[in-house]
Design a protein around this ligand. Structure first.
Ligand code: ADP
Ligand code: ZN
Length: 437
């Protein structure tokens, strides 16, 4: 029997017109429901002068008010529940990367829908019943662990619920159980690859075939590093707790963007300044509407992630619209010396110039001047270089970063293993200016 290509073929390859029809039907119902059951939404809609009957389909979506993280904080902890609390069976909470944690609720139905989304992602990466899936995202409040765990169960793969950390044990299980698929953050995957290399275990001695990496922005350069280091194909997966967790969108064999699970999540790109909806193909802030979630039915939720949508015929046969790799969150963006800087741009330069993926950016201020430092770890073979050649390297790297950003950082090449490794989301930026606010 051949491998299955899709987890839910009828849905994943549905003609675009049908997807839109389905979305319209679900949207009308969802809006009616939240208007009647979530007082906070009723208030927002009343303030904007929009009634449920004004929403006849997805073409009316723009009429609805946005919801943002601050609304979630204002209504903490129960404010936006769409069902009675007794119908909820689980909570998850954001990692708090950018401030106070937010709590999201799930009914059993919501959990089923979410694990289907993760199962779609696994099957798209070539995972099937015979596979052994090691889930090395953190378990607990974070959505990464349980999302991929439940998805792997749905596929019927043997699931190894490792959670993050204890890297030696990760490596032992991977080898002893012939693990074929690794799920974790890209920075942790890169670290695991580094540890295998240190132990002299080459990728061809591993049974790993693929990995599903997400929860933080990563570049295509980083993808190459991981693919080479572990001898696998590395697939991207995107999601956020507020909308459910990983699996809101996922990459297929084409590896040119992530298919959004459009039967459940309706995506828009808006201008983050004006809130105006942008046409397909333009870059802006990603906004999601949950079409059939029950416990936490967010409508027009502003993710603050900057990205682009594209509906194209995909070689994998899926018809769902694709989102390009997010370039980062609008709140990850630093303004240094008046220039917009995303950590991801720096990562791309470093990997292109053959440095390690271990770096940290530090921004501080002296008087009114921004001080921009980048600490980059040398690879072990670069570390043997003479002082002279290291300062030449620093100069060259400065030039490459200047060419990308237009501003010149202080580059510090540091010894291998000086920068802390991450088992979850990597901390790339220390902005001392914000701390002193
Ligand atoms: P927190 O906002 O506290 O980090 P989450 O754990 O829910 O909480 O993280 C969701 C966020 O992680 C997304 O909004 C996005 O910024 C980032 N993210 C998740 N997956 C990806 C991915 N594949 N590429 C880029 N960013 C991602
Ligand atoms: Zn595809």
């Amino acid at each position: 029997m051949g491998k299955r290509k899709y987890y839910q073929p009828e849905t994943e390859t549905m003609p675009v017109e049908e997807i839109k029809k389905l979305q319209s039907e679900k949207l009308v119902k969802q809006v009616q429901h939240v208007y009647e059951h979530v007082p906070y939404y009723k208030k927002l809609m009343d303030e904007k002068g929009v009634k449920p009957e004004d929403i006849q389909g997805i073409e009316d979506l723009y009429k609805l008010p946005f919801v943002s993280k601050s609304d979630l904080r204002d209504t903490y902890p129960y404010g936006l529940l769409g069902v009675d609390l007794s119908e909820c069976v689980r909570i998850h909470s954001t990692s708090g990367t950018t401030g106070k944690r937010v709590i999201a609720y799930y009914t059993q139905n919501d959990l089923d829908l979410w694990s289907d989304c993760c199962a779609r992602a696994l099957v798209a990466a070539g995972v099937d019943k015979e596979d052994v899936v090691q889930v090395s995202y953190g378990y607990g409040l974070f959505t990464g662990g349980s999302g991929l765990h439940d998805g792997s169960h749905k596929v019927g793969s043997l699931t190894v619920p490792m959670s993050s950390g204890n890297t030696d044990r990760q490596m032992t299980f991977m080898q002893d159980l012939n693990v074929t698929c690794l799920c974790c953050t890209p920075s942790y995957a890169a670290y695991i690859a580094e540890c295998f290399k240190e132990k002299g275990i080459s990728p061809d001695r591993l049974t790993l075939k693929c990995g599903i990496f997400g929860a933080e922005p990563w570049t295509n350069e980083m993808r190459k590093t991981i693919e080479k280091g572990l001898g696998i194909k590395a697939y991207d997966i995107y999601g956020l707790t507020e909308i459910s967790g990983p699996g809101v969108s996922f990459e297929c064999s084409a590896q040119t963007g992530m298919h959004i699970n459009e039967d459940h999540f309706l995506a828009e790109i808006i201008d983050p300044e004006t809130g105006e909806v942008l046409p397909e193909g333009e870059k802006g802030e990603l906004v999601f509407t949950c079409l059939d979630k029950e416990a936490f039915p967010l409508i027009r939720y502003r993710t603050r992630d900057i990205c682009m949508l594209e509906r194209e015929q995909c070689s994998c046969g899926r018809t769902f619209i694709k989102m390009k790799k997010p370039t980062g969150r609008s709140d990850d963006m630093m303004i240094i010396k008046g220039v917009n800087v995303f950590p991801r741009q720096i990562e791309a330069v470093l990997l292109k110039e053959n440095y390690s993926e271990n770096y940290q950016i530090e921004v501080s201020r002296e008087g009114t001047t921004d001080i921009f430092d980048i600490y980059v770890e040398l690879l072990p073979d670069q570390f043997d270089d003479t002082v002279k050649s290291i300062s030449e390297r620093e100069k060259k790297l400065k030039g490459a970063i200047k060419a990308m950003l237009g501003i010149v950082p202080n580059v510090h090449l540091v010894a291998p293993k000086t920068i802390a490794r991450s088992e979850g989301k990597a901390v790339r930026v220390i902005d001392k200016r914000k701390l002193s606010d």
